[in-house]
Design a protein around this ligand. Structure first.
Ligand SMILES: Cc1cc2nc3c(=O)[nH]c(=O)nc-3n(C[C@H](O)[C@H](O)[C@H](O)COP(=O)(O)OP(=O)(O)OC[C@H]3O[C@@H](n4cnc5c(N)ncnc54)[C@H](O)[C@@H]3O)c2cc1C
Length: 307
């Protein structure tokens, strides 16, 4: 399974901000840089990593204001370099974002009432990998190294902690864009193809799920069944002239034992090794009357008369 559920951008809780998300409010200078060049850009920094895109924004416009919202602490050295390069810096709360008459973003209002005219607001959302649907598989998101959110952790082949579950794209890394997310998807698809081919190659060596389930069931208790024959079997066959019987899926062998004791020549088979050893525990099958097999006997020809 390939998980490619992306992420949710959690925006800072600032009045009026969310309405402009993806147009007047953006997060990525590489996605929107061309459109915002030379405009009045207000960058609202809400977490320590939030200052990160500022140098690129300063490349795009001479009208950049950085607002350190809510007393957030950032790299003062980086901030100083921005200020010396002509970037305005405000240490203030942002109380709301206001729209113009046409609905376009118009300004950022600070806690002290001042209004910063703006064409664009840049924010750093928290990135939340969309993993809720995977909780049943024991998968959950963990912190991304950037500190900017949470991701679903994968190894270099895209394999998650759950065997057979792979992931690609923003769910694993918030820094990926369209091309890199798609490229990772392609890479992980190769890993999945190898994984499936390897699994098929080894299928003959692997025990079937059904077989393993039965072994587990037999392993839990000394005897899984009562040791009595099946009531329907007894009702149907009691009094019938014995012949040859084939017991497919004989389990612990109680039916085979009853048949043998009543004169039938029994071939009993079960794929489950523990079921067979359980059958041996009964050990009372009259000599020569029954054969137990580790596999269900296959018919290559029609059984002979009387079988
Ligand atoms: C405003 C904005 C602008 C951007 N502009 C650009 C740009 O110009 N250039 C660029 O390269 N990148 C841009 N990006 C980034 C780009 O959108 C992402 O990097 C890219 O879409 C990631 O692809 P993805 O397939 O990993 O995830 P997504 O594209 O997010 O796709 C995930 C899909 O999974 C679905 N999904 C989620 N949960 C479930 C579920 N439980 N079951 C089924 N389906 C589910 C979602 O509905 C969604 O369709 C922008 C991002 C934003 C937010």
């Amino acid at each position: 399974m390939l998980v490619a559920t992306g992420l949710t951008d959690e925006l800072p809780d600032i009045d009026g901000l969310a309405e402009h998300w993806g147009r007047g409010v953006i997060h990525c200078p590489f996605c929107h840089g061309f459109e915002i060049r030379d405009q009045r850009v207000v960058q609202v920094v809400t977490h320590p990593m939030g200052l990160h895109p500022a140098p690129v924004l300063a490349h795009l416009t001479d009208q950049l204001t950085v607002v350190l919202h809510g007393g957030v602490e950032v790299d003062e050295d980086a901030l100083g370099a921005l200020a010396r390069a002509g970037v305005s810096v405000e240490r203030a709360e942002v109380s709301r974002v206001v729209s113009g008459e046409g609905g376009e973003l118009a300004a950022v209002v600070l806690g002290d009432g001042r209004e910063l005219a703006a064409d664009v607001v840049v924010v750093g959302p928290r990135f939340r990998a969309r993993v809720d649907a995977l909780s049943g598989l024991g998968l959950s998101a963990t912190a991304h190294v950037s500190g900017a959110g949470e991701v679903l952790e994968v190894d270099p082949r895209g394999q998650t902690a759950a065997p057979g579950v792979f992931a690609a794209g923003n769910v694993t890394d918030p820094m990926l864009q369209v091309l890199t997310a798609a490229a990772q998807g392609s890479q992980v698809a190769v890993a999945i193809a190898f994984s499936l081919a390897e699994e098929d190659l080894r299928a003959p060596e692997r025990r079937g799920g059904n077989e393993a389930d039965w072994d587990r069931r037999y392993a839990d208790e000394d005897h899984t069944w009562s040791g009595n024959p099946n009531g329907t079997l007894v009702a149907e066959l009691d009094g019938m002239t014995p012949g040859r019987a084939l017991d497919v899926g004989a389990g612990e062998g109680a039916d085979a034992l009853w048949l043998a004791e009543h004169g039938w020549q029994v071939s009993a088979g079960d794929q489950c090794a523990l079921g067979r050893s359980g059958a041996l525990v009964y050990g009372k099958v009259p000599t020569g009357r029954a054969s137990m097999s580790g596999a269900v006997p296959s018919f290559r020809a029609a059984p002979s008369d009387g079988a």
